[in-house]
Design a protein around this ligand. Sequence first.
Ligand code: 5AD
Ligand code: SF4
Length: 335
Amino acid sequence: MRLKKSFYIKTFGCLQNRADSERVKAFYWNRSFSEVKDWKKADLVIINSCVVRESAENRVYGLIDNIKKFDKKIKIVLTGCLAGLERAKILADKVEILPIKEISYEIKPLREDRETALIPISFGCDNFCSYCIVPYARGREKSRKEAEILKEVDEAIENNFKKVILIGQNVNSYAKGGFAKLLAKVAKRRVEKISFVSSNPWDFSDKLIAVIAKHKNIDRLIHLPLQSGDDEILKKMNRKYSAKQYLALVKKIREKIPEVEFSTDILIGFPGEDKKAFANTIGLCKKIGFKLAYLNKYSPRAGTVSAKLYKDDVSTEEKKRRWKVLDKLINKKLS
Ligand code: 5AD
Ligand code: SF4
């Protein structure tokens, strides 16, 4: 007879979800569940979902259907970004919903990586970029208390972690301008490398630049989502900068920290992105010389402003073509 119940956890999406899963895992381990690596052998399947792109959301529905087809008795707990949306309600007879807000940060995470500790510092987002569903799924931005974060960093150091990644949808707006201070405090500790994701251009203060310049253990690869290099598109995206301002920020950071490199996110084929707008993105990317870019093809997300206001007017083929152009230019350095 098997006494111990088993769980399997599937994590979709970003680092925030990975960090949340480490806590969900700890929650079930603490309740004497054992973890299995094959969902077919589990009594309970936890799905930590992502909805940022249509393809990610569809993979969640696909997995739920597969599990239910295989064995109706397997219990499914749905958490992550889909759990925060109204439309998750249609899954009510198939899954139990665990809202992300109920994942307690008091629980000590069961970390997956032995070297790098993921440390959430804030949750949610107030930016409302017009294409993005995250503010609806995760709610308004809330910052975790500094003392709590530092305690988690110290515990990670005691447990021999060499690197930390501070994470949040918008880390540099932490505690209304308190990010530079927090980062400096973390950097003074015995950590080999500190990274942070994601930050946005409009909250990248001079104070933050000074802190990075001063502390050599802060990662010299900075992730700074660009999304587009065309001013009209940026405006429609509700991003709060122009191409010129983005470039000026990059120049300013490079002046203070000459060895810095940049990675970015680019959204390809946003409504109205014509050849000229795309050429502006290419032009800006060439000027900046990103080390790496995460390239996302636009898909309208029900509930967002851009899905409501604008027609998805760039064809799939054209999005693919533009994806290849940018991939070659930035990620393969072949131009
Ligand atoms: N379609 C495609 N990509 C998107 N992203 C956000 N919303 C969408 C969407 N509707 C991308 C952005 C963001 C990354 C996390 O996901 O580029 O930076
Ligand atoms: Fe989405 Fe923009 Fe918030 Fe990032 S900053 S999570 S792209 S709304």
